[in-house]
Write a protein that binds this ligand. Structure first.
Ligand SMILES: NC(=O)C1=CN([C@@H]2O[C@H](COP(=O)(O)OP(=O)(O)OC[C@H]3O[C@@H](n4cnc5c(N)ncnc54)[C@H](OP(=O)(O)O)[C@@H]3O)[C@@H](O)[C@H]2O)C=CC1
Ligand SMILES: CC(=O)N[C@@H](CCC(=O)OP(=O)(O)O)C(=O)O
Length: 339
């Protein structure tokens, strides 16, 4: 059995991880943490997340330098469901032992450190760890993930966007003169559990945000290989991301070529479901799936692709489990799909 700990266990992605780890046939949940001065330290997790009431033994501990060193030495896997800067500050200690680290934050996703000062608001100084980190888009980098000890689990919008775009870019079906345009709507859990006026029930109304400046733009561009226009929107629902992607294809591109690109890319990847119609959020909420559908207008050469995911699952926690399976030599869908 793999010994697992989760830091940030009281948040949306952390609690989802607790649920997934508790169900995983090869994992034992050892310890769960919140920040050093958290008001929730010493509480049972079930006092915060009633859906986990059956896990009454799971208690939240305050994190400390000693605990970080112990986790590094004794755990097989440590999940960080914490703010970017906390992950950044702890990575050197956490990687000083035998543990493999699955970081759900954005702190180790990009090699270009200028992105962190520009988009994340802090200077990246964890240079060695950044050099060793691998981007955890599970369907696309399984070998690299399997060989790494630091996995930077992708952001939720990049997971949806890259799943839709990479098959076409890699098959050289995109017109390089026209940027792909991604319009994506996320549920409010995407913003995390901490209360803020902008995310409160009476304030949320479908609206674009982060226009031409969201931190996921450089992440999508880095792992796609071409610039994009990305516009996120906040929707008045709890979970899920629906990304609608518009692309210009190369001259003469046929619908059959698009079909082939998707079917070849995802032939052996059951988490990605190639649908016969445009997916709905309800089809993927609370599941680990990415649902995709596409349509090409052969006359104009424009294609529209829709990707649907659950932001807390494939956009964070279930993708982290996929990566944990890969680094542990287990089948990638273990604990996520019925065998
Ligand atoms: N929500 C989503 O859909 C997605 C989130 N992510 C990323 O995953 C990470 C977690 O997100 P999410 O679950 O939404 O966040 P939440 O705000 O819901 O939860 C954050 C968790 O971290 C704890 N925490 C906060 N500060 C610290 C600290 N300094 N040290 C230790 N623990 C701390 C919080 O507890 P407390 O404050 O009580 O200590 C809480 O348990 C973030 O980096 C986020 O960007 C990635 C993809 C999707
Ligand atoms: C709705 C909402 O607010 N979503 C978050 C993205 C969540 C995510 O994927 O976050 P990280 O890249 O921070 O890990 C946002 O736009 O900032």
């Amino acid at each position: 059995m793999l010994n697992v700990s989760i830091i940030g266990a009281s948040g949306y992605t952390g609690a989802q991880l607790v649920d997934l780890v508790a169900r995983h046939p090869d994992m034992t949940l050892a310890r769960t943490f919140v920040s050093a001065n958290s008001a929730d330290a010493a509480k049972p997790l079930s006092a915060i997340h009633g859906n986990l009431a059956h896990l009454s033994q799971v208690r939240l501990e305050p994190i400390s330098d000693e605990a970080l060193a112990e986790l590094a030495a004794n755990m097989d896997l440590v999940f960080l469901a914490t703010p970017h800067e906390a992950s950044h500050d702890w990575m050197a200690t956490l990687t000083s032992g035998r543990a493999k680290i699955l970081d759900l934050s954005g702190a180790f996703r990009l090699k270009d450190t200028a992105v962190f000062s520009q988009f994340y608001g802090f200077e990246h100084t964890s240079t060695d760890a950044l050099g060793n980190a691998v981007y955890g888009l599970a369907e696309w980098y399984p070998q690299a993930i399997a060989q790494s000890r630091i996995i930077a689990v992708p952001g939720c919008y990049p997971t949806a966007s890259l799943s839709a775009l990479k098959p076409l870019f890699n098959a050289q079906l995109l017109d390089s003169a026209v940027r792909p345009v991604i319009n994506a709507v996320s549920g409010v859990t995407g913003a995390g559990r901490k209360a803020s006026l902008a995310n409160s029930f009476c304030e949320v109304s479908l609206q674009a945000y982060g226009v031409l400046g969201h931190r996921h733009t450089p992440e999508i561009e880095a792992y796609l290989g071409t610039p994009v226009i990305f516009t996120p929107h906040l929707g008045n629902f709890k979970r899920g991301i629906l990304a609608t992607v518009t692309v210009k294809t190369v001259a003469g591109c046929t619908a059959e070529q698009l079909n082939q690109a998707y079917h070849q890319a995802y032939a052996d990847h059951p988490i990605v479901r190639l649908r016969e119609s445009f997916p709905r959020l309800d089809d993927v909420v609370n599941t680990p799936f990415v649902d995709l559908h596409w349509k090409l207008d052969e006359k104009s050469g424009y294609a529209v692709i829709t990707a649907a995911i659950d932001n807390v699952m494939k956009g964070a926690a279930s993708q982290a489990i996929q990566c944990a399976n890969l680094v542990s030599g287990l089948p990638v869908t273990k604990g996520l799909l019925a065998e």
